[in-house]
Write a protein that binds this ligand. Sequence first.
Ligand SMILES: [Zn+2]
Length: 231
Amino acid sequence: MYHSIEKMPRSTIMRSLHVPPKRFKFQMWILYKLGYKGLSLKELKPYLDGKKIGKVVGITFDDGYKNNLLNAAPILSKFNFSATCYIVGDRIGETNSWDLSHGITQRPLMTLNEIKKWLELGMDIGAHTNTHANLTKLTKPQLVQEIYQCKKKLENFFDVTITDFCYPFGQFHEDSVKVVSESGYLTATTMNRGRVNFDSDQLTLPRIPITHHTLPHLFMLKLLSKYEDKR
Ligand SMILES: [Zn+2]
């Protein structure tokens, strides 16, 4: 689980969400050297289902930052990896305004054309609701609006099938998972920590957070040991 791939000034709040491009490149190189292939959730699905076997890692970016296209995509392409970027339907070309009340720095999100470029590079997108809402606070009609309508909107904009969802703030409950299922999504990711296995519920998949603080030895621990699974 990545967010922003960018070098940040010292003063920034929540700078841990920003992984410098150099570090990201090194992490992708480690995966490559260890024989792993980085995949979008769509490409990961057959592995989750046990239909394909191999050394694979799902790579996700939350929110749709412009720096994902500028800084991460060239590195992913270099290693022939793909990734899923979760787009906030009503915030395309804007900023992460949902973070304003927390004092988190505003970063530009990809525009329509930039998301098209992301797709042309062989990367994929998933849905992250229309407004980056905390789904556990919504009524059923609001859940349908945020979860189902976001899928429809992205499919209309980009002429792709949206099969993958990500819960904003990692917040989900029984009702939201139900609407995700009814909307036709095949996978959904949370901020619950751990590595995925065949028993994992595909609509509440755990992830491994990679932050500013994830130095190479910690990256290896997260990837190869039970480090994340125990949390
Ligand atoms: Zn988010």
